[in-house]
Design a protein around this ligand. Structure first.
Ligand SMILES: Cc1ncc(COP(=O)(O)O)c(C=O)c1O
Length: 384
């Protein structure tokens, strides 16, 4: 790779490719071997040591995209998250965690931290003061996720990084919803970036993976734990992920272009009570979004008026799939009240704005006119 400053799509396409020195093929060969020569070699290669050729090269692509020194590839987003947490926190330590984070992460903290002797505080809201108020003498990690799921609220990344540095506390972000196409937290001073690569990095709803990008020393400490937990990704999936990431930039940019148009359409429709999308001027964090994001992402949520039936709306969609997960090239919708946030009480959900009429929309790459037609048609059929 040339050393000059390369554009995002060039990094997506070329960085981290395994050169086919045998045949000169245009794409990376896959090395599925679980056994490698060791005599006279610097590194002892083994898949669970995260150092097969495909893993090593893909980590370079991830690091380049996140402007980090190094990266590791995991078998899932949760594997990446739990490894980071248990690397950063030991018995007697405390973590400050944003209150509305991905349900699986919250569940891990609430269910397992106690048995590891780790303390935690969830913030009251997403203001910096709320994070500051939670800091204790033994706080070792500040953990954020922005934009948040499903309300698309934002946290000021630069201010969190500054707070971490001022207090000598490690900062970590789940950057899944934004991707490095839109948001580069390490450039803003955050220490560790995590992704569920099952989402936009994979982008075709057919790979489960996770990634972590950080400094060389942090990745080394993470590796030391991760190789013992054994959460590496199979090399076949690593290869698929490398291929998928070649189009990360063009996919995400097309998706967020569609999302802005759809958010504006929904905002103007009488059947919609409220639209949550940081790209709208009415969004409370619109100014912050313009400051820390390049575009506004492709996730949005909207609340259907009570005069419309959610179930009939879902059943009437012909193109957009009611489906778990998000970020594929195909548009999908879910009901957070019945899925990701089903375990919260009604009061807890409603306090966060997650009503039974709230729909989360992962906007895909389809033609926007077809997506808008599909929504209009489903709204027409779901009027009570
Ligand atoms: C924001 C976010 N982070 C992390 C995860 C966990 O990722 P995985 O399912 O790949 O373990 C998810 C999964 O939905 C997610 O939405």
């Amino acid at each position: 790779m040339p050393k000059r400053n390369l554009g995002l799509n060039t990094i997506c396409t070329h960085e981290g490719a395994v050169k086919d020195i045998t045949y000169g093929g245009a794409t990376s060969p896959i090395y599925l071997s679980t056994s490698y020569e060791f005599i006279g070699k610097d590194s002892k290669r083994y898949p669970r040591y995260f150092n097969t050729p495909n893993q090593e090269f893909l980590a370079k692509k991830v690091a380049a995209l996140e402007v980090a020194e190094a990266a590791l590839i995991f078998s899932s987003g949760m594997s990446a998250i739990t490894n980071v947490m248990l690397m950063a926190l030991k018995s007697g330590d405390h973590a400050v965690v944003q209150n509305d984070i991905y349900g699986g992460t919250r569940n891990f903290i609430e269910t397992h931290f106690k048995s590891y002797g780790i303390e935690f505080s969830f913030t009251n809201d997403l203001t910096i003061k709320s994070f500051e108020d939670c800091i204790q003498e033994n706080t070792k990690l500040i953990y954020i996720e922005t934009p948040s799921n499903p309300m698309l609220k934002l946290v000021d990344i630069f201010a969190i990084a500054k707070l971490g540095k001022r207090s000598g506390i490690l900062t970590a972000i789940d950057n899944t919803f934004a991707t490095p196409v839109i948001q580069k937290p390490i450039a803003l001073g955050i220490d560790i970036v995590i992704h569920s690569a099952t989402k936009y990095f994979g982008g075709h709803s057919d790979i489960t993976a996770g990634v972590v990008a950080a400094s060389n020393s942090t990745i080394e400490a993470l590796w030391d734990l991760a190789k013992d937990f054994g959460g590496n990704l199979s090399d076949f999936s690593v290869w698929m992920l490398e291929r998928s990431m070649k189009t990360l930039g063009i996919r995400v940019r097309a998706q967020q272009k569609n999302a802005l148009k759809i958010a504006k359409f929904l905002e103007s429709h009488p059947a919609i009570k409220k639209v949550y999308y940081p790209g709208l001027k009415t969004h409370p964090d619109h100014a912050l979004a313009k400051l820390q994001m390049k575009g506004f992402g492709a996730m949005l949520s909207f609340e259907l008026s009570n005069k419309y039936g959610v179930e009939t709306f879902f059943k009437s969609l012909e193109l957009i799939k009611p489906s778990m997960s998000l970020a594929g090239v195909e548009s999908t919708v879910i009901l957070p009240s019945k899925t990701s946030h089903a375990l919260l009480s009604l009061d807890e959900r409603e306090a966060q704005g997650i009503t039974d009429q709230l729909i989360r929309f992962s906007v895909g790459i389809e033609s926007k006119k077809d997506l808008i037609y599909d929504i209009k048609n489903a709204l027409m059929h779901s009027k009570k």
